[in-house]
Design a protein around this ligand. Structure first.
Ligand code: NAP
Ligand code: GCO
Length: 271
């Protein structure tokens, strides 16, 4: 017998804030944190989404706390964090999950669209992290998990702004780890592969003749696991990075991609 303590994976007594966690990946991560014992707080950018989220959590048997807050609005973020700290206590775990994508060829993309993606996907995590780190320092530690992407490593047509933001988020992750690691703050990233959520629904839509979207077949052929990921695939890695079990893991991006980044891809004709 070793003296390894399985309790190191527990999130009992922890307060976890997951941004944009009404549905999709954020919701799945929050429900896993709740199952591991954490109190769940989430935000979304309008009341309708927050209400939808509260219903989703209730149906899952989770007593979550929801806030209307846009992650790009520094003043609103400051107010939300103060309110959470006053009402529930300081935040132990922050997941920067809220994000958008715009699929537009780069030379047709307006600077305004490019800026909006960078604002939500990169400035948002900066604003959120900046707001929670002082409380984590006071408390003696904390966990920040940034939801990165395959596009933190790879490019593809139409996603220039998203790739720029998610590549930047990888480096923000390493920098937060570098700057605040000495305060027992671990900042890591999760890089999901292609996960079936509303964000990727347009890439899986059937063609008018009933055939599969070419991108759908392409991704299955490009993934050694030979399938799209589902949001549950991300739960174990997230609980690990949120828990004491990962206290010496810092500045790391954990790719949960069914092997995409390890694989050169099938030769034409073998798909
Ligand atoms: P999703 O289904 O579109 O959910 C994203 C959530 O973030 C939505 O609830 C959205 O609200 C919210 N949000 C957007 N902008 C916000 C803002 N400014 N302030 C607060 N909330 C905001 O996306 P998902 O697929 O679950 O993705 C979650 C994260 O994982 C994103 O960062 C995404 O880039 C990343 N990711 C996804 C995949 C994938 O394959 N699905 C893979 C890698 C990484 P609205 O409904 O109002 O837009
Ligand atoms: C796209 C996709 C991706 C994924 C994801 C991959 O259009 O290529 O939407 O960017 O959502 O981020 O990890």
């Amino acid at each position: 017998m070793t003296d390894f303590n399985m309790g190191n994976f527990s999130l009992e007594g922890k307060i976890a804030l997951v941004t944009g966690a009404t549905y999709g990946i954020g919701f799945a991560l929050a429900t896993a944190f709740a199952a591991a014992g954490a109190t769940i707080v989430f935000n979304d950018r309008n009341q309708e989404n927050v209400d939808k989220g509260l219903t989703n959590y209730k149906e899952a048997g989770i007593d979550a706390h929801g806030f209307v807050c846009d992650v790009t609005d520094e003043e609103a973020v400051g107010k939300m964090i103060t309110q959470i700290e006053e009402e529930m206590g300081s935040i132990d775990i922050l997941v920067n999950n809220a994000g958008i994508i715009k699929r537009i060829p780069m030379i047709e993309m307006s600077a305004q669209d490019f800026r909006q993606v960078i604002d939500i996907d990169l400035n948002g995590p900066f604003i959120m992290s900046k707001a929670v780190i002082p409380g984590m320092i006071k408390k003696g530690g904390g966990k920040i998990i940034n939801i990165c992407s395959m596009m933190s490593e790879l490019g593809r047509e139409t996603v220039s702004a998203y790739a720029a933001a998610k590549g930047g988020l990888k480096m923000l992750t390493r920098n937060i780890a570098s700057e605040y690691g000495e305060y027992n703050i671990q900042c890591n990233g999760i890089g999901p592969g292609y996960i079936a959520t509303p964000q990727t629904a347009p890439l899986r839509e059937k063609r008018p003749d009933g055939s599969r979207h070419p991108f759908d077949s392409f991704i299955v052929a490009k993934t050694p696991a030979a399938r799209w990921g589902n949001t549950e695939d991300l739960q174990g890695p997230a609980v690990f990075l949120a828990s004491k079990a990962s206290d010496f893991v810092n500045g790391h991006i954990l790719y949960v991609d069914g092997g995409i980044l390890a694989y050169i891809g099938k030769q034409p004709g073998d798909e």
